[in-house]
Design a protein around this ligand. Structure first.
Ligand SMILES: Nc1nc2c(ncn2[C@@H]2O[C@H](COP(=O)(O)OP(=O)(O)OP(=O)(O)O)[C@@H](O)[C@H]2O)c(=O)[nH]1
Ligand SMILES: [Mg+2]
Length: 429
């Protein structure tokens, strides 16, 4: 049976490696290596050492030269590691070469992220998306999995060749099964997407404005949604706490409703196939009226987080969307110099703390401003016989006042365009 390996149960001691080739990449490489450490710990794997290594040029076999490769293997052995994790992307053949040379499990950033996603995915849609991405990742690497088996099975003389022969046949069987499963997952996803589209159409009919909360992982998106909507979305100090979108309805100060969607966090070098896989989920961001871009103001990496989020949004086709930038976790920024620095860099951003509630009113009133052209305040004179229309206003508009005059109801309300169109003949001067 074709199974994707689960590493957390298998490996415990990891050496992390980031190779870079251009001296100008040194700083970012260091930050990426630290982020990789957090990602690996998220998987429950112990990190025994980290190595930032500069290589003069890119090599086909190991990515770095054989000399450097030997040093890395030596270091991993000295630490008694059972796994080397590369921040760099490894081609399937490079991964095989490394595993052969080190005789231990060798994985890359993409595989780490895929594993985290696999652990976290809860809904059927998220599971399908992750399964699909993992199978696509594993397909060209099947030979590697069976390579392990060959070594284990091939004890005596001759046995090895027989086992290898079996392994090869098995790879073919597995490849076929993997393709069947990939096709099936694609079809199922298609169905789920159709359902989602139907739900969205129903929402669009009501024309309720919609905002998506986006940003780097751990920025505080779920906490913000919880704070604004009184929702109960898991928020945790870990990477990728959220994999499924949650939508909640809130009421803005001017009375109009707003749908708020929490989305999956972005990360640098997010594997391309995961962006692909999560496109359906992130469609919410693409289709939203505007975005709330949450930044962790306390992070020294705020600039890079900001840029990565913009890059992913660009890739999704949502780069041009109106957005409200929120400097979250401002409660943690106690150094006045640092505060001034981020203020200068993000002059239009709103200061907030989803944890303490600071700045929430401002966010809501800015949301109202962004949607100002979408609603109007209208006075109606509706005959009492048309209680259905008064009911409609109660349901889909915000009633500011109600009076009675003779047989008429006088209603002053904040009204979205869809409703305004249906009540046109009852507008009073
Ligand atoms: N001090 C402080 N901590 C915050 C604030 N907002 C969120 N946090 C904490 O930051 C961590 C991450 O918050 P989440 O809301 O899970 O972040 P997220 O952006 O949804 O993260 P992912 O779902 O992983 O992308 C949690 O431990 C929160 O309690 C804030 O304004 N101030
Ligand atoms: Mg979240």
């Amino acid at each position: 049976m074709f199974e994707v390996r689960e590493k957390p149960q298998m490996v415990e001691r990891a050496l992390l490696v980031r190779l870079y080739f251009d001296p100008r990449e040194a700083d970012e490489s260091e930050a990426l290596l630290e982020e990789l450490e957090e990602l690996v710990r998220t998987l429950g794997i112990g990190v025994v050492d980290k190595l930032l290594a500069k290589s003069r040029s890119m090599h086909k076999k190991f990515l770095c030269g054989t000399g450097k490769a030997a040093e890395i293997v030596e270091l991993a052995r000295a630490h008694e590691c059972d796994c080397i994790v590369f921040d760099n992307q490894l081609a399937p053949s490079q991964q095989r070469e490394w595993e052969r040379a080190a005789d231990m499990c060798v994985i890359d950033r993409e595989e780490v992220i895929l594993d985290i996603f696999a652990q976290r995915a809860k809904t059927r849609e998220a599971r399908l998306q992750v399964d699909l991405a993992r199978m696509q990742y594993a397909l060209p690497r099947l030979a590697r999995m069976w390579g392990h088996l060959d070594r284990e099975g091939g004890g005596g003389s001759g046995g090895s060749a027989a086992a290898r022969g079996m392994g090869e046949k098995q790879i073919e069987v597995d490849r076929r099964m993997a393709r069947v499963r990939i096709d099936r997952a694609k079809r199922e996803l298609e169905d789920v997407r159709k359902q989602r589209a139907t739900q969205r159409h129903a929402r669009e009919k009501l024309e309720t404005p919609h905002a998506a909360i986006v940003g780097y992982t751990n920025a505080g998106k779920s906490t913000l949604l919880n704070r604004l909507a009184g929702a109960d979305v898991l928020s945790k100090d870990m990477l990728f706490a959220t994999l499924d979108t949650t939508t909640r309805s809130i009421e803005l100060p001017d009375g109009q409703p707003l749908l708020l969607t929490d989305t999956v966090g972005f990360v640098r070098n997010l594997p391309h196939r995961l962006v692909e896989a999560f496109k359906a989920t992130l469609e919410e961001a693409v289709l939203a009226d505007f975005l709330i871009h949450v930044l962790d103001a306390s992070s020294p990496e705020i600039e890079r987080f900001h840029d990565t989020t913009l890059e992913v949004l660009e890739e999704l086709g949502a780069g041009e969307k109106k957005s409200l930038v929120v400097l979250n976790k401002i409660d943690l920024v106690t150094d006045p110099e640092q505060l001034e620095l981020i203020q200068r860099r993000f002059p239009d951003a709103l200061h907030a703390s989803a944890l303490t509630g600071l700045g929430m009113e401002r966010i809501l009133s800015e949301c109202s401003h962004l949607l100002a052209d979408r609603v109007s305040r209208i006075r109606y004179r509706i005959p009492q016989s048309r209680a259905d229309l008064v009911g409609l206003l109660h349901r889909d508009a915000k009633i500011l006042s109600t009076d009675y005059e003779g047989n008429d109801v006088l209603v002053h309300a904040v009204v979205p365009p869809a409703i305004a169109g249906r009540l046109e003949e009852f507008v009073s001067q």
